[in-house]
Every structure is written in structure tokens, then in C-alpha cells.
Design a protein around this ligand. Sequence first.
Ligand code: COA
Length: 331
Amino acid sequence: MIDGQRLRTKIVSTGSYLPERILTNQDLERIVDTSDQWILERTGIRERHIASDTQSVSDLAIEAARTAISRAAISVDSIDLIIVATITGDMPVPATACFLQRSIGAHNAAAFDINAACSGFLYALSVANAYILAGLYRRILVVGAETLSKFTDWEDRNTCVLFGDGAGAVIVEGVEGDNGILSIDIYSDGTMAELLHMPGGGSKHPPTSDTINNRMHYIKMKGNETFKVAVRTLEKLVTDALTKNDLTASDLALLIPHQANMRIISATAARLGVDMDKVMVNLHRCGNTSAASIAIALDEAVVAGRVKPDDIILLEAFGGGLTWASALIRW
Ligand code: COA
């Protein structure tokens, strides 16, 4: 509380970027043994955007960040902190957030990355929220960005049909009043770490010709097991977020889920009793962009006029770690 007013973290602008190149299900039929019908029925994905050979993840992050900064009409010098959520950083060191800081010229900002896989954007938002509520920073740039195509095994039909590239960004600020983040919750369960992982390239399996030959530098996922845990976990996650804020599903103007699988999205909406016209879906165009997915979907919802002042919106994610997270926001 400041002068009797509650301090909240408010998203004051959004931005997103999708690479130009589009890979359709028909394109994939020519790469692996799959079909448009299988992909559509099992996932809901029709196409995904793929970064060019020369685009790294910071290039995508920069585009999304520039849009968010310009829409907020702020000086880059006023940004106190940059957090980038990604599992496909430009390189292990330094943080992708530092490349982003350099490119946009945000000289006064601290910068670091967060790895929480598909929950990464909400994890980053929760860190930003904590800094703002603690009074340490006033204005923070939060980005979710991925170039999963660079770490996808294009010989593995179980995974290569799922992922896409892209970036989303928000500027958050501490604002007094009732609008902003009402609650944000993050969770992990490392006992299921191997359900979704990239085994090679870290200190456990440093890069060698063997790790390359054994295809250990690609993302591996036990899709079916992950699917079951996701559906189970998300139901409790979204219900808990509403209950702790004395709200019900009927109060929601929009649900913005992580875009991994249409069957997971529909199941979560059905369990909540939310009509699909109140659910933001861009999975068919974007595929699963991991940490970028909610940030891109949020930006697209804002641009399309689907989020209006005072609307209650619920963001939810589930991904590798395992990790999961929710954010309830009064816009
Ligand atoms: N094309 C055609 N067939 C495919 C295929 C593809 N691209 N990928 C897998 N298959 C086959 C499998 O080999 C298997 O064949 P089999 O029965 O002969 O062994 C069959 O399809 C079923 O595979 P299964 O893994 O059980 O399918 P599924 O219904 O679980 O769907 C996913 C697979 C990956 C789409 C789904 O499990 C999923 O979305 N999982 C969760 C993803 C997620 O939420 N991740 C966390 C956040 S990123």
C-alpha cells in the first residue's frame, strides 16, 4: 500500500513478432512420415513460423520489445530491468537479455534470462511483479522468445510437428489502484524432469562428437505422458487461481492458455466451464512457441480488441521442468 492505495503491477503495453517463413503441415509431410490430418487432429496445428538461418532468438525478442516500447511511448532509458524467458538463448553465456539490452540501448537496465520452458513467460512476469511490489524497480521489460526450430530434431516426427518460433513482450509498471496483476503463482516438479528435456550441451553431457552423433542436442518429449499430467495439473491450477481471488469462471473475459495442444486447451476450458469463444487460440498458426506463446497470444488478443479495460483475464501455462503457472489480471 502506498498512501492508502494498493500498488499493483500493470501491463501497460504489448508487442510480438513472428518470423516471416511459414512451415505448413504439408511441408512437414515431405520431411517426416506424418500427415496434415494426424497433426491437425492430434494437436490443432496447421502451420508454424520458423526463424531464418541468420535469425537468433534475440533478433526475434528485439522486434517484439521494440513494438512494446513504442506502444508504451516510453524512453528506453527508463527501463529498470529486462527479463527474457527462453530455452533457446543465443548462446549459454551471456544472457539473451544482455543482447536485447544492447540492441535497444536500455543502458540503465539490469538484464537476465529465466528458464522455465513453456511456463517461462509467466515465471518472468512473476519475478517482475515481485520486484515491483517490493519497490525495487518501477518499469520492467518482460519478454518470452524462442527459436525452437534450431533445437528440433527434424527426423523425429513425435516432436518436429509441434514447435514454432516467435517472441512476445510486455512493459510492466507499478501502478496504484485496482487494475493489474491480481495474483500470479508458479509451481515446479523436478521429479518429472525427463518428460521434456534436451540432454546434451550442459555440464552433465558437455558437447562432444558422441553427444552430437547420439542426437542429444535436440528437444526430447514423452508427449503422451506429458499430455496426461498437463490436463490434470491445469484443471487445479486455473480453479485455484479463481478461488483464491473469490472469482468464478463466469467472471473471466478471456482465458489465454499456453498454446501446446488444442485438446489440452479445450479440456481445460471445458473443465472450467468457459466457452471456447472466451479462449484465445493461435496454435493453428503458431504451433507451440514455448516461453513465447502466452506473450504472443496476449499481444494478438490486445491488438484484436479482445481485452478491454477492467476485463478479468487468466493466463496459464504448463511445460518442461515440469513447471506450471497462472496469472490472474484485471486489465
Ligand atoms: N505423425 C503421425 N504419427 C505420429 C506422429 C506424427 N507426427 N507423431 C507420433 N505419431 C504416432 C506415434 O508413433 C504413435 O504410433 P503408435 O501407436 O504406432 O506407437 C501414435 O502416433 C500415437 O502417439 P502418441 O504419442 O500416443 O500421440 P498423442 O495422442 O499423445 O499425441 C502429442 C502426441 C505430442 C501431440 C501429444 O501427446 C501432446 O500434445 N503432448 C503434450 C504436449 C505438451 O503439453 N507439452 C508440454 C508443454 S510444451
